[in-house]
Design a binder for this molecule. Structure first.
Ligand code: HEM
Length: 432
């Protein structure tokens, strides 16, 4: 059978399933891991003609690609998946848009040198000092709806907290948050979406505005670089090592980091709540024993991560999972699929907060470029869950709500999440 299949595969550049695969179709948008189930078993590395990408779906193959960032360069990580029409390019030019390499799409040796210089603020021991104000922020948001009995957690909380945390971590004043949030959605669709030609124009306008606003904020900060926050650290490093941290990097990073920090964490938190509340026993377990929260978070990131696919480009002819990839071949590495590979995770479709290896998920990537902000995201999720299991353990998902997703390949989470509860049962009331 293998022989026959081999011949068919040889004659046809791609199997019918591969020819049909389109990440913008409903199945992938609904559940990327499920949409790749057949491929994971039958054709784990395949060429998708509709996308012009090689799709990688198994755990070991995804790991091998992440691990070798020289053969598999991240330079295309932020490339527009859907090319812009000339009118949109013109709009962006009008704004002087010149997004260059940041960190996530930088090749070696520049990347590592820069990453080392800028890593300090992200280390767990340096994040501890942020915990108290993050908790205060979380409690403050909860206070606004705790007596209402019903809330859209995304609109009323999760969409805002990661942006506020990111801005404060960066040292950027919060007054610009609302505008910046709107723009960062445009950046996601611009980079990983398939906007129609008309949408491209609006998106180009928003991305241009985002670029301009980021530049204005940066200019303000550069004028007095003595402030506190990671963007100030970067500005000071730029002043000391302009060769390693050039100005083009500062501008691009100012925009990219907000997207990196905001939507990823907002979606991850939303997915975690949806998953835990749909698995009531797990939710009840963490309510009874909040010490389980960190491992529950890792299982949520594995089973319902917020970054589901990332990109690399082959810098030479090479092999992935035994499949030949030509130099210049673009790869869509689907972390959501790897995270459900039974070769690595036993009963991968089961949600199990006691799983011993949940933390080996690829939602934060892997290797030299692994997410620098992973411990910030984990801290936010931990504090939010901790406050909910104590103050609102009796929340439940509103039944029959529909979930909408921003159509794109990589960032995944519903745009609203409605929960309800009986305020009279709030532990804080019962204790008084
Ligand atoms: C890189 C995911 C939150 C900053 C990445 C990458 C992924 C990712 C997949 C690329 C990894 C690779 O190429 O191997 C996530 C997820 C988050 C999250 C799922 C939330 C749940 C954050 C936050 C920040 C941040 C809160 C900053 C405050 C960065 C930076 C990089 C990065 C700077 C580039 C690292 C490098 O290339 O060396 N993230 N991220 N991320 N992330 Fe995150």
């Amino acid at each position: 059978i293998t022989g026959v299949r081999g011949i068919i595969a040889y004659r046809l550049p791609s199997l019918p399933e591969a020819a049909e695969f389109d990440p913008f179709d409903v199945p992938y948008q609904l559940d990327p891991a499920e949409a790749l189930r057949w491929f994971r078993e039958q054709e784990p590395v395949f060429y998708s003609p509709k996308l012009d990408y090689w799709v990688v779906s198994r755990y070991e193959d995804v790991k091998a690609v992440f691990r070798d960032n020289v053969t598999f360069s991240p330079s295309i990580a932020l490339e527009k998946l859907t090319p812009a029409p000339p009118e949109a390019t013109k709009i962006l030019e009008g704004y002087g848009f010149a997004m260059r390499r940041t960190m996530v799409n930088e090749d070696e040796p520049d990347h590592m040198e820069r990453r080392r210089l800028l890593m300090d603020a992200f280390l767990p021991e340096n994040l501890e000092k942020h915990e108290a104000w993050v908790r205060e922020l979380v409690r403050d948001y909860m206070d606004r709806f705790i007596d209402k009995g019903r809330a859209d957690l995304v609109g009323e909380m999760f969409r805002e907290i990661p942006m506020t945390v990111a801005l404060r971590f960066l040292g950027v004043p919060n007054e610009d948050a609302k505008e910046l949030r709107k723009f960062s959605v445009a950046h996601t669709l611009n980079t990983w979406g398939r906007p129609s030609p008309e949408q491209q124009l609006q998106i180009a306008e928003d991305v241009g505005q985002f670029w301009k606003t980021a530049q204005t904020i940066l200019d303000r900060m550069c004028a007095d670089p003595s402030g506190e926050g990671w963007m100030y650290d970067s500005i000071r490093m730029h002043n000391r090592h302009p060769d390693i941290v050039p100005e083009s990097y500062l501008r691009s990073m100012m925009m990219a980091i907000l997207v990196a920090a905001h939507e990823t964490t907002a979606f991850a938190t939303t997915n975690a709540f949806r998953t835990l509340l749909s698995n009531r026993k797990s939710w009840n377990d963490i309510c009874e024993n909040p010490a389980l929260i960190p491992s529950a978070i890792e299982e949520c990131l594995r089973a319902a991560g917020s970054v589901v696919a990332w990109r690399r480009i082959a810098t030479e002819d090479t092999l992935v999972g035994g499949k030949k990839i030509p130099k210049g071949g673009k790869l869509l590495i689907v972390q959501a699929s790897a995270n459900r590979d039974p070769r690595h995770f036993e009963n991968p479709d089961e949600f199990d907060i006691y799983r011993h290896n949940s933390a080996e998920h690829f939602t934060f990537g892997y290797g030299a470029h692994q997410c620098m902000g992973k411990n910030i995201a984990r801290m936010e999720m931990r504090i939010i869950l901790d406050e909910f299991v104590r103050r609102l353990p009796h929340i439940d998902l509103v039944e029959d709500q529909s979930f909408e997703y921003l159509p794109n390949t990589s960032f995944r989470g519903p745009t609203s999440l409605w929960v309800e509860w009986e305020p009279a049962q709030n532990p804080e009331r019962r204790h008084h």
